[in-house]
Ligand binder design. Structure first.
Ligand SMILES: C[S@@+](CC[C@H](N)C(=O)[O-])C[C@H]1O[C@@H](n2cnc3c(N)ncnc32)[C@H](O)[C@@H]1O
Length: 260
């Protein structure tokens, strides 16, 4: 498998995205990520944001540092898209997407919308909810009121309530989730679907633009960005993801070498 450094247009930094000094200010067109949730999953790293011994406020303080860094790295017409859901805390629903939106607004972002990602194939989870949760949110923010937004019209119109008969994109997006892990590595079992990230990349960037993912994980954002001719920068704490990412991106690398 090729070394990550050999991927054209890809830059992965192993460290916390609370400080992204390696990225030039105003150089990123779009930030796309799914953050670590508060008190939910241990990714096995001391510096991880959202572990069970961290208070809800402390979690948001640290996340706000990341949003502030993202703000600085974004171009003036850039946007940020955070895929995140509410979480159950001892029977109480925490409105995580709303609180993330508020913290991002505090550092200067403009809240454009909370898009609903409808997951028709989602099944009942482990938490005690009377209704099955079939959605997540996408917190859609921009650095300034005027920002790059490329409309898709007509594509998937019969399947997707977000795009009906050449009308403008709606804020209810249907993207089924596939269960299971990526490749042979079980380190990461819950990445977001490529179809969803493709839409975000296409709506918010042009070919050649830079996409930043401050919580890189298995590299779904990079897969989509590179496939669509964009560049991608990622920050990830956990170096154990390297082999998963390499396995994941190999088809793209092979395709671009064949085209070359
Ligand atoms: C929900 S996962 C991201 C999944 C990713 N979108 C994918 O396609 O696999 C969140 C990731 O954030 C990472 N993480 C947690 N704290 C971090 C920090 N301070 N800086 C960078 N990454 C961090 C975790 O290791 C985990 O991989």
């Amino acid at each position: 498998m090729p070394n990550l450094k050999s991927y054209t247009g890809l830059e992965v930094h192993w460290g916390s995205s609370e400080e992204m000094d390696a990225v030039e200010d105003n150089s990123v067109q779009s930030v796309i990520c799914s953050p670590p949730y508060w008190n939910l999953k241990d990714y096995g790293h001391d510096e991880q944001i959202g572990t069970s011994d961290e208070s809800y406020d402390r979690y948001h303080d640290r996340m706000q540092k990341v949003w502030s860094e993202c703000y600085d790295k974004l171009a003036d017409n850039g946007s940020m898209w955070i895929v995140v859901d509410t979480v159950m805390d001892k029977g109480d629903l925490q409105l995580l997407p709303y609180h993330i939106a508020e913290r991002a607004q505090e550092v200067g972002f403009i809240l454009q919308d909370l898009i609903t990602w409808y997951k028709p194939t989602a099944i009942a989870g482990m938490t005690e909810r009377n209704v099955v949760n079939k959605k997540e949110y996408i917190v859609y923010l921009s650095k300034n009121k005027k920002h790059k937004f490329r409309e898709e019209r007509g594509e998937n119109s019969s399947e997707d309530p977000a795009v009906e008969n050449n009308h403008r994109l709606g804020n209810l997006w249907r993207h089924p989730v596939k269960r299971g892990s990526i490749g042979t590595n079980v380190l990461h079992k819950a990445p977001y679907p490529i179809s969803l990230i493709n839409r975000l990349v296409q709506v918010s960037t042009n070919e050649g633009d830079v996409v930043l993912d401050p919580f890189f994980g298995s590299g779904t954002t990079a897969y989509s960005a590179l496939e669509l001719g964009r560049k991608c920068i990622g920050y990830e704490l956990n170096e154990e993801f390297e082999s998963v990412i390499r396995e994941r991106l190999t088809p793209i690398q092979q395709r671009s070498l064949a085209e070359f």
